[in-house]
Design a protein around this ligand. Structure first.
Ligand code: NAD
Length: 490
């Protein structure tokens, strides 16, 4: 049984009121850990520690190359602990070992990417009116509050922590209360590599308590949040009170458009991966498949045939291709959406049930589920379900495909399958979303910006854009002729 503590000012700490939260393995309901349940007082202490560390310059004033060397050591340690981190991620989140293994590899690569980026040329100079010289430099924002969800417990943490630290900020980090296990291991690595105390602080606990304090505190200069759109709106309102910088990575209901001329088996294969990877608990999931009407029946038949063959089981069973949902509460939400779909008159052609046979009755497993004959205004078409539930719609032509694709409040991701290159680019350019793929779905790169249009968020993670989120921009104007301006008469 793991005993997970918070990390504040370089010390491992229980909650100030000694409360602990049981952490459950979603494959079998076993309690795998107890995590310190942070309080407002704990959050304030972590914020104070981060503020003091920032103001001391112990991190922000280090040469970039020295900060980078810490990041490189962290990456090495993540790799040294690859097997343990993978196993723990599967135990806590439920995802398969294969999925978790990719996340751990990506986490190490993300630290290396930002270690490299921060040592590269930076800033601009401008030739302005003589005798002035103008230059622009980038500086850390200060204390950054980082709040993450449960679907990629380690990777979502790293997407924020790596650029925030690279840029010279100090951090107060809050993992999801459901999945604090691998984030705790990450902070153990921070301790091992000797990160100065107060630079990286972790508080666990409930969003409306600890998370809200981070968003509200006037000592936090920026809040970077990944999670649901409703929570994101709340954080935006809370952060507005002291005008903090915000970055929001929110939900999605992303379209995956399949034209009749697409390579059929490739399109079916990626469409399955698009929705059922991570059991559909991926913000960019292709949860609305739009298929050209001439191949619609053929597509649905083949898709359902393949979906019903997916091997659902515990993530630590090497035969499993799809794991459970993260918690009982989340499973109930997904099952409720399946009921809503039926009540709305959509036709269920695959799955639709919790799986309890073959020893899975203590876990939160749901069948790969497919709805057809849906209408654009149905809730299962408009709302993020965040589970293995897809709707397949049909369209007549390019224009209708684009119209349906853009017909939600979200704008996170989208895909197009066709062998006509011009058509692919024409359509993708009309999709109002920040992350898109042509003849592919889901691959993510540390080099490329990640984030959404519309109600899917504000700002970008990853790439150079992801670093800039954690930087302020300062102009410095230098007078090369040091003499009075003489504006007022003496
Ligand atoms: P959530 O919004 O419920 O919680 C996310 C985090 O916010 C958690 O740490 C939670 O404790 C905290 N939180 C909750 N209420 C808060 C409050 N009032 N103030 C401050 N913090 C609060 O989301 P979730 O259920 O953990 O994750 C699923 C959601 O995350 C989905 O909507 C998914 O699309 C989204 N997501 C988006 C991306 C992206 O990159 N756009 C990536 C992963 C997940």
């Amino acid at each position: 049984m793991l005993d997970l503590k918070m990390y504040i000012n370089g010390q491992w700490r229980d909650s100030s009121n000694q409360e602990k939260r049981p952490i459950v393995n979603p494959a079998n309901s076993d309690v795998i850990a107890y995590a310190a349940e942070g309080t407002i007082a704990d959050a304030r202490e972590a914020i104070d520690a981060a503020k003091a560390a920032f103001e001391s310059g112990v991190w922000s004033e280090l040469p970039a190359v020295e900060r980078a060397s810490y990041l490189l050591k962290i990456a090495d340690k993540i790799e040294e602990n690859q097997e343990e981190l993978t196993r723990l991620e599967t135990m806590d989140n439920g995802k398969t070992l294969r999925e978790a293994g990719f996340d751990v590899g990506d986490a190490a690569a993300c630290f290396r990417y930002y270690a490299g980026l921060i040592t590269k040329p930076d800033g601009h100079t401008y030739h302005v009116a003589d005798p002035m010289q103008a230059m622009v430099v980038r500086e850390p924002v200060g204390v950054c509050g980082l709040i993450v969800p449960w679907n990629y417990p380690l990777l979502m943490s790293v997407w924020k922590i790596a650029p925030a630290l690279a840029a010279g900020n100090t951090i107060v980090f809050k993992p999801s209360e459901v999945t604090p296990v691998t984030p705790t291991k990450l902070f153990e690595i921070f301790e091992e590599v000797g990160l100065p105390k107060g630079v990286a602080n972790m508080v666990m606990g409930a969003g409306p308590i600890v998370g809200n304090e981070i968003a509200a505190s006037s000592h936090v200069d920026m809040v970077s949040f990944t999670g649901g759109t409703k929570t994101g709106k709340h954080i935006m309102r809370t952060a507005a009170d002291n005008m903090k910088k915000i970055s929001l990575e929110l939900g999605g209901k992303s379209p995956n458009i399949i034209f009749a001329d697409a390579d059929f088996e490739t399109a079916v294969d990626y469409a399955l991966f698009g929705i059922y990877a991570g059991a559909g608990q991926v913000c960019s999931s292709g949860s609305r498949i739009l298929v050209e009407e001439t191949i619609y029946n053929q597509f649905v038949k083949r898709f359902v045939e393949r979906a019903s063959q997916i091997k659902v089981g515990p993530g630590d069973d090497h035969h499993s291709e799809m794991g459970p949902l993260v918690s009982q509460q989340h499973m109930e939400k997904v099952l409720k959406y399946i009921e809503i779909g039926k009540e709305e008159g959509a036709r269920l052609v695959c799955g639709g049930n919790r799986i309890t046979k073959d020893g899975l009755d203590q876990g939160f497993f749901v069948e790969p589920t497919v709805f057809v004959d849906v209408k654009p205004d149905m809730r299962i078409v408009q709302e993020e379900i965040f589970g293995p539930v897809v709707v397949i719609q049909t369209f007549k032509d390019e224009q209708e495909a684009v119209k349906l694709a853009n017909d939600t409040d979200y704008g996170l991701a989208g895909g197009v399958f066709t062998v006509d290159g011009a058509k692919a680019l024409r359509v993708i350019k009309k999709i109002r979303a920040g992350i898109t793929w042509i003849n592919s779905y889901h691959p993510t790169y540390n080099e490329a910006p990640w984030g959404g249009y519309k109600q899917s968020g504000i700002g970008r993670s990853l790439g150079t854009f992801g670093l800039e989120e954690f930087q302020e921009i300062k102009q410095i104007n230098i007078n090369l002729q040091v003499e009075p301006i003489g504006w007022f008469e003496k």
